[in-house]
Design a protein around this ligand. Sequence first.
Ligand SMILES: [Zn+2]
Length: 319
Amino acid sequence: MGIEISGSGSRQSVALADLNGNILQRIRRPLEYVPDTQTVLQLLDDMLAEVMHPQRLQDGRVLRVGVAVGGLVDATHGVVRTLHHAHGWDNFPLQDYLEERLDIPCIVDNNANAAALAEAQYGAGMGERFILYVGLGRGIGGAMIVNGKIYHGATCSAGEIGHLLVKEHGPKCSCGNFGHLEAIASAQAISRTMIGLSVEHPETEAAIRRVTEARAERITAEQVFRLAAAGDQVAQQIVEEVHTYLGIALANIVHLMNPGIIILGGQVAQAGELLLTPLQARLRDLCLPVASENVRIVQGKLGTEANIVGAVTLALQDI
Ligand SMILES: [Zn+2]
């Protein structure tokens, strides 16, 4: 069984899968607000009861539960350290909580780690030994897969590439610091910057209204990339910044890790070639040929399913 909890706690999914990772049942219960911890846990209880109904399980049983959490996770102890976009989760022992309630072994990890593992096993990274995964969602998560395993580091914070410093005196990050990659290249940063800059550019404001059907606050990162490709100068300036600073971050990681493939997931990756092609060129410019000439940058294959498939993949490890 897989469980997904988003960084704000407002999006949860529960999925039941077979031993080959095929999802048999799935329930989603998104909320329109950022709920408190108790509300999320209650909702999860209801969803789990529904998915684990004897009729659905037929003669089967649940062997393990994997949980993909959109925040900092101590995967060794199954503890949620913090969610950046919700309160009340600090040091929450989610693994103990679930194991006690369900009486089933449980494994908890960060959602980027889970998504990376899923892309490695079932998606764009199949057959690759050294994988860098970058989840460009509301925030930016990252993960490294080495020989089929998640590389966690000493305190389970490896791969937090959203907090790489790429621009001194840059915009404020969700962690409180300044100039981090997440503050420039996350989906939220791209949409916010676009709306902010459009105030002084009537033609950009009109373009945003057109593509969002007059709901400017709903502009997506992918739409900003498309407007840039169509010639909007404000959008072009934003996309140029994303390419510049994401390029710097990736080039630095490529020199450190020497991955065979870089998989981009999350909403920003929906921009597809508009994001990938310039990034590939930038890596060639910035990296030693020996490090960059064979590295491929691709869009994840699992799309919006990556986190929940990731949760299932966590549960299936070594089974
Ligand atoms: Zn940060």
